[in-house]
Every structure is written in C-alpha cells, then in structure tokens.
Design a protein around this ligand. Structure first.
Ligand code: PMP
Length: 296
C-alpha cells in the first residue's frame, strides 16, 4: 500500500512539507524504544462537507497520552484541529484516515524527552478489517499489564504487542486476534474494542485493562439513544464463546462482525444482530445523517 506520492503534504511542527522530503532524526527514543504517542482519526465525506469524526476527543486523548508519558504537549488543540482540516484540503482528501504522531527529538537516554515533534499525515484507507465477518482466534499474547504501562494511553510501543498478536493470528489462518488481559478475561483486538451480544443485550469489557476507544464510547451512546441495554463488565472466555454474536469496533475498523472465535461459530445471523444495527447507526452518525435512529 502506498501512503503518499511525490505531491503529498504532511503537517510537521507548524509547517506543511512534502512527505517525500520530510526527515526525522535517527537518534530518537521513539524509533529505538517506542516512546511516542499517536492517534487514528477518520474524516468522512458527509452531505454537508468533509467532517472529521470526534476530532476533539482524539486530540484530547493524544494530549492525555503525552501527559502520561511525561512528554511535553506544547500545542493548542483547536489549532491542531484547524491544521488537520487544512491538511485534508491541501491533499484534496474527502474520506481519509488521519494519523497524528508525537515523537521525540534526539535523546538516547531512558528519561522522558524535553523536546518533541508533531507530525500529522492522512491517506485514503478502507475499513481496516474489511467488511466481511471475521474469523478470530484467542491470542496466546495478553494485552500489556496496566501495572507495567498506561494502557489508557495510545503509545507506539504498545503496538509491538498488537503486531505480535495479529501476525500470529494470520499465520494460523485467522483474520484477526482477540487478546485477553492479565486476569485471562477478554480485553480487546490488536487495534479495536469488542462487544458481545447475549439475549438482546450488549456486553463489553470494563475500562482498566483496555484502550478507552472513542468508537466504543460511541457505541455505548448509540445504545442509550436506541434503548439497547449495554453492560460494561469483565467477560470470561466462556461467556465470549457462549454469546449469540460479537463485533469489533474502532476508528480504523469501524464496526465489523465476528463470525467465529477459535472453533466456535456464532449461529445468529449477522443481519439479525444488534451488531448489524450498530453498524448501520454508526455509519449514519459519522455521515451526519441526523435522524439515524429513524433511518435504521
Ligand atoms: N484498542 C486498541 C488497542 C486500539 O489500537 C484501538 C484503535 N485506536 C482501539 C481499541 C479503538 O479505539 P478508537 O475507537 O478510539 O479508535
């Protein structure tokens, strides 16, 4: 996949520069130790205009991730929002995935850096996990222990764990992995949260051992609007496997159904599931079809 061409612009520390000509220092903690914070945001071409979904929430999470990493965040969020829209305009992008990254200036020590850079890039990206229901396996890799890092922060280094789990799942012939937490309860996918459906209700792992996904929060909001009961609680593997259905949700993946977990097939038809209702409601919401509760 090509993320940029010779005319693509990125935002780098206050300026727009060509992606092909932008440089980074090789002596930074981000490259060597994974100390960086990032976001994944989506812009949608709505009937109004191109709109970046929950952009403020994403930049606030980026700021919070930096705070937890003890690295500076000397930028104004409203200014970053303005520059993100400008980036889309300059690259003529309407539907796009946007990736801000805060990374360290040269520093080979193991102490948080005083100087950081920010870059924002964007490209067209279809739903990350596709639109077919997924064959998922329970990963042999656990999510990072919250006592060894800040799991609520979106830190680059955490994604080594994600890459290990996804690669392992693909090598075994699955589409994606599902990771457990240190208590062997269901946690999340390498880049998405999970909901399961049982007897007309949705369940999702409580916060604490997972990334607090902005899509997860949106699904919970949609449940309230649509009068669907949603419960946040620890979920065991036995509960996962005896559910009626399940789906992943995330900015890149949007909402995607799960067909099988290991050898267990969810018998409920996707089209009859709450997951399918959520998928339609989410699409309507991001596309600003205002009466989404009526439309679905
Ligand atoms: N969990 C992990 C590990 C992720 O990387 C992501 C993607 N950011 C999510 C959950 C979903 O988060 P969001 O809905 O904010 O994209």
């Amino acid at each position: 996949m090509k993320y940029y061409n010779s005319s693509t612009l990125i935002y780098l520390n206050g300026k727009f520069v060509k992606a092909a000509e932008a440089k980074t220092d090789l002596y930074g903690q981000s490259l060597h130790y994974g100390l960086a914070a990032f976001e994944g945001i989506r812009a949608y071409k709505t009937h109004n205009a191109t709109r970046v979904f929950k952009i403020k929430e994403h930049y606030k999470r980026l700021q919070r991730s930096c705070e937890l990493l003890n690295i500076p965040f000397p930028w104004d969020i409203n200014e970053l929002i303005k520059q993100t829209y400008r980036l889309l305009e300059l690259n003529n992008l309407k539907d796009a995935y946007i990736r801000p990254l805060v990374y360290s200036e040269p520093n080979m020590s193991l102490v948080a850096p005083q100087a950081v850079s920010i870059m924002i890039c964007a490209w067209e990206w279809a739903s990350y996990l596709g639109d077919k229901q997924l064959k998922v396996c329970v990963s042999p890799f656990q999510r990072p222990n919250p006592k060894s890092t800040f799991v609520e922060a979106k830190i680059s280094g955490h994604y080594v764990n994600s890459i290990l789990a996804s690669t392992d799942a693909k090598q075994k012939g699955f589409d994606e992995a599902l990771l457990l937490d240190m208590d062997e309860n269901v946690a999340e996918a390498p880049g998405a949260n999970i909901f399961i459906e049982k007897n007309g209700k949705l369940y999702t792992p409580s916060l604490g051992n997972i990334l607090a996904g902005i899509t997860r929060a949106t699904v919970i909001e949609l449940c309230h609007v649509l009068d669907i009961e949603v419960i946040e609680k620890p979920i065991s593997v036995a509960e996962l496997k005896s559910a009626d259905g399940a789906f992943f949700c995330g900015t890149a993946a949007e909402i995607v159904g799960i067909h099988t977990i290991d050898d267990v097939v969810y018998r409920q038809r996707w089209s009859d599931s709450i997951g399918a209702t959520m998928q339609r409601a989410y699409k309507n919401l991001v596309l600003e079809k205002v009466n989404y509760e009526v439309i679905i």
